[in-house]
Design a protein. Structure first.
Ligand SMILES: NC(=O)c1ccc[n+]([C@@H]2O[C@H](COP(=O)([O-])OP(=O)(O)OC[C@H]3O[C@@H](n4cnc5c(N)ncnc54)[C@H](O)[C@@H]3O)[C@@H](O)[C@H]2O)c1
Ligand SMILES: [Zn+2]
Length: 368
């Protein structure tokens, strides 16, 4: 099964092609979006050893010259130094504005390479081949690119849409289980904020996820991207409703920051905990029932998503430190914490008027 999602944003129209073991056809899919006969593929050492040959051959078959650039894609290298390395490499190799830059990797490579594509020669053609579940369902859709600075994550970047995204769920086989689950937190997020039918479908089909059934994964990626694209189409530059995508993220970012972004809590794990915290707060605000929370909690447990702040982290923390960390999140406006809460499954809203004592109670419970 191969599915194609047409994404329309005010800036651009492009396709996301989703399938199983389709990277060997990357050249065929990309051909009509190329403006010259040269592409640069940026990836890491592991992905090079596993997949690059297949992808390269498929381009060469169509008469395209492929140059590869291998980088270290740890989060700490998603910075301006790497932008300098990549842009220098491209310019030294006389990149032309019609050439194409291809990101083969997770969200780190996608964000970094997308940013480089957006600024090199004031913008060169860009294709994404996302290789983690998170990047397939989230970071490769919506056109946000960027790098971290010592003053915070993703603070320098641009909005730049790709010409094409090729999402191959077969690539997820080499991804470790924690990373797969991390992406799944973003998947369930779409159900909770805007798509009740998707949410119920996910809960019903947990076995297919546990078996990593390829057709099921294709549907998950398709439905997730469709939801994200719907929001991005209405609010590309996050002036209003795009903020709904941050469900669980203000709590989650606080957890990540307080943990100094160490890998002991990966992004999706922090978001999964943050989602439950946001739902508990929605419950205290009288919006949703405990039943819904219990349903999600048992789903997370069955699938293996951790939903508690690790002991070694929480034992050193108090409620005020947590609130302080939430207040430095970039979503804070006029010193007020904005949170995404839920009226019901499929209906999230943004608010800064929840009761502070309810938020404190949720945090206190999670630190207990
Ligand atoms: N642009 C956006 O809208 C957006 C949205 C969400 C997240 N992000 C960004 O995405 C980044 C996180 O992305 P991520 O979760 O994909 O993490 P990641 O890119 O760090 O990848 C996770 C790990 O998996 C490895 N890896 C990637 N693909 C693999 C594969 N197929 N097999 C084996 N190993 C593989 C990577 O080398 C890395 O070690 C963050 O920097 C975040 O800020 C951006
Ligand atoms: Zn996220």
């Amino acid at each position: 099964m191969i599915k194609t999602l047409k994404v329309t944003t005010p800036l651009k129209k492009y396709n996301i092609i989703i399938g199983n073991n389709i990277i060997a056809s990357s050249g065929k899919y990309s051909k009509k979006y190329l403006k010259s006969d040269r592409v640069f593929i940026v990836t890491n050492k592991l992905l090079k050893s596993l997949y690059l040959k297949k992808i390269k051959n498929s381009f060469v078959k169509h008469g395209i010259t492929v140059s590869e650039i291998i980088i270290n894609d740890s989060e700490s290298k998603k910075n301006l130094e790497s932008v300098k390395i990549l842009t220098s490499h491209l310019l030294k190799n006389k990149v032309d504005r019609n050439d194409t830059l291809i990101a083969l990797g997770g969200g780190v490579i996608g964000d970094l390479v997308g940013f480089v594509a957006s600024i090199t020669l004031r913008g060169i053609n860009f294709i994404q081949i996302p290789t983690t579940l998170l990047s397939q369902v989230d970071s490769s859709v919506g056109g946000k690119t960027g790098v971290n600075t010592p003053l915070g994550k993703n603070l320098i970047g641009s909005f730049y849409q790709p010409a094409l995204v090729i999402s191959d769920v077969g690539i997820l086989k080499s991804l470790n289980k924690r990373e797969v689950l991390s992406g799944y937190a973003e998947v369930i997020k779409y159900g909770i904020i805007m798509d009740k039918a998707f949410f119920n479908w996910l809960l019903k089909n947990d076995n297919h996820f546990l078996n990593q059934n390829a057709n099921y994964l294709i549907e998950i990626v398709y439905k997730s991207c469709k939801n994200k694209a719907k929001i991005v189409n209405q609010d590309e530059k996050e002036k209003n409703i795009r903020a709904l995508l941050n469900l669980g993220h203000t709590f989650g970012h606080a957890i990540e920051a307080l943990n100094n972004y160490k890998k002991t809590v990966v992004h999706g794990e922090a978001v999964a905990i943050g989602i439950i915290m946001a739902l508990e707060l929605s419950f205290l605000e009288g919006k949703i029932s405990k039943d819904i929370i219990n349903k999600i909690v048992s789903h997370f447990d069955k699938i293996g998503i951790k939903r508690k702040i690790p002991k070694q982290l929480k034992q050193h923390l108090n409620t005020s430190q947590f609130i302080e960390a939430m207040s430095s999140d970039k979503k804070v406006k006029n010193k007020k914490i904005n949170l995404i809460l839920c009226k019901s499954i499929g209906e999230a809203y943004i608010t800064d008027t929840f009761k502070h004592k309810n938020m404190k109670k949720v945090i206190k419970d999670f630190l207990n």
